[in-house]
Ligand binder design. Structure first.
Ligand code: 5GP
Ligand code: MN
Length: 343
């Protein structure tokens, strides 16, 4: 997005407005981190601001500053609709297509007519926003929020709360600074966030050192279920609804499991298939290292998308059929997988 657009946005934000911030369904650290960072920032500019999220986050994010103020659309639909209908400006963060907010919220977003401003780091954005600030090379939407505030010449507005929220999304979306999307600029920004009061050690502990016994048992079960397709440099994990139920599955429990499959030597493509009997779908996460695009793979075969090395998708078939389909598709990618492995 060019400088003129940032100046237009700055102008737009120079008078108090009714602003709603929306993020995707099943919000992660980057979704809630970016939403709450922007929330705290816009409050400082004297706007009337509400964050509306399709559903709530896992427990390990519930400590985020002002997370209690978020309106959860699936719990308070009428309130969510009213707030969205009254909005002058709607920021959409960490997603680029309305369907990522779920069927119900998607409908409302399609019907309203505010000024949409998209801030996101996924590939191939839909064309619904007046201002589309998108860069798929940036590690996280949180880093983009920092850059957005910087472009509006308000870096001094970043206080401890804002720094904490931004730090959280950068931490979670970079796998604790280890993914290739982590650049020197990321580290420079993070250094500044620490100076502005983000407590790196505390944030890490609140997110990662909160395992339950059940979650570790579920991890054990996942690792037991893991299968390797050597020919395709691929490993995958399945979890059925009965396994999830047996270990008292709570939202967020399976976060990161797919990375164990990817961490295997000689594996460059990993997937986890998780049965959701309530939604009647199989939710899939794909991960890769190197050139193999799981964004393309998820888009082409599993109604999904995301980034080159991390994407998600879904299937309406049974767990067994979904996995069979996956295994039937793999041979078509054998050459690509081999090339990516050998590179
Ligand atoms: P995860 O596997 O952690 O759920 O998601 C990995 C990445 O893929 C995230 O950036 C997420 O936004 C994206 N993603 C996950 N599920 C979907 C989906 O169903 N559709 C699309 N387009 N992107 C997804
Ligand atoms: Mn993100």
């Amino acid at each position: 997005m060019n400088l003129e657009n940032f100046q237009n946005i700055k102008q737009l934000l120079s008078e108090p407005k009714k602003i709603v911030i929306v993020t995707h369904r099943n919000p992660d650290g980057d979704a809630y981190g970016s939403s709450l960072a922007l929330y705290h920032y816009l409050l400082k500019l004297n706007h009337q601001v509400t964050v509306v999220s399709p559903n709530d986050c896992p427990d390990f994010l519930k400590w985020l500053p002002s997370r209690d103020e978020i309106v959860i659309y699936e719990k308070e639909e009428d309130k969510g609709i009213k707030i969205l209908e009254a909005a002058d400006i709607v920021f959409t963060l960490d997603f680029n297509a309305f369907h990522r907010t779920g069927v119900k919220m998607q409908k409302t977003l399609e019907q309203i007519n505010p000024i949409f401003i998209m801030i996101d780091h996924h590939q191939q954005p839909d064309d619904f926003a007046k201002f589309t600030y998108v860069d798929s090379e940036v590690c996280s939407t949180c880093q983009m929020i920092y850059q957005f505030i910087e472009k509006l010449e308000h870096i001094d507005f970043i206080d401890k709360n804002i720094a904490t929220c931004i730090y959280t999304g950068i931490l979670t979306d970079t796998g604790s600074f280890r993914f290739p999307s982590t650049t020197s600029l990321t580290h420079k920004i993070v250094a500044d966030l620490l100076e502005k009061g983000a407590d790196n050690s505390l944030i890490y502990n609140q997110i990662h050192d909160v395992n339950t016994y059940d979650r570790l048992q579920l991890l054990g079960r996942s690792l037991k279920n893991m299968k390797v397709e050597n020919k395709f440099y691929t490993a995958y994990i399945t979890l059925s609804q009965s396994e999830l139920t047996r270990f008292n599955f709570k939202k967020g429990d399976t976060e990161g499991f797919v990375n164990y499959a990817l961490s295997l030597k000689n594996v460059i493509f990993a997937a986890i298939f998780i049965e959701d009997r309530q939604q009647k779908i199989i939710k899939i996460s794909f991960r890769s290292v190197g050139d193999f695009s799981v964004n393309d793979f998820a888009r082409n075969h599993f109604n999904g998308g995301g980034h080159t090395n991390a994407a998600g998708g879904r299937s309406d078939e049974s767990l067994n059929n979904t996995v069979s389909n996956f295994l039937n598709i793999l041979p078509f990618y054998q050459k690509e997988l081999k090339q990516s492995y050998e590179k």
